[in-house]
Write a protein that binds this ligand. Sequence first.
Ligand code: AMP
Length: 182
Amino acid sequence: MSATQPKTFAVADQLKQLIRSIPDFPKPGITFYDITTLLKDKRGFAETIESLQDHYRDTAIDIVVGIEARGYFFAPAMAHALGAGFVPVRKPKKLPHTVRSVDYELEYGTDQLEIHVDAIQPGQNVLIIDDVLATGGTASAVARLVEGLEGRVAGLGFVIELTFLNGRNRLAGYDVFSLLQY
Ligand code: AMP
């Protein structure tokens, strides 16, 4: 599956101009893509949601899952645009009801994400949204969480994909869509 482009290349260029790259953040050698500058631009934010929404126009989506924390900037807006519900996947010990957890690998060590056990009903079509697809470790862990609740992963959508990290390879078999590639 290849990265699909938004409506026009011009739109992608305009959106990229609204994203700020911060070299050596949070540590040397990492270029951090700061989307706060995109979010505060009313046209840029609207165009981002509409371009993502376009990709799922013919896909049945019941639930949009957002990944803490920056996935929350986009997932609820996407849920609203698609007429779906929103479900947060959170860092450990934040959700008050019974949870399912998943471990995933970080560069050093592991981390955990959690979802409420009753957040997704068996057979529901679930779209997973995050701001950045890097190595794909986070998104593939969330796909496992959703499937653990017998949800169907209808797609994984990202504003930004860091193609040189090949995160898509860890998401083989899923519909993976990103708006902007670096
Ligand atoms: P990964 O699990 O490697 O795909 O990392 C994805 C998560 O890390 C996303 O939730 C992003 O918010 C964050 N992330 C990773 N790399 C970057 C980056 N260069 N700029 C901004 N966020 C990043």
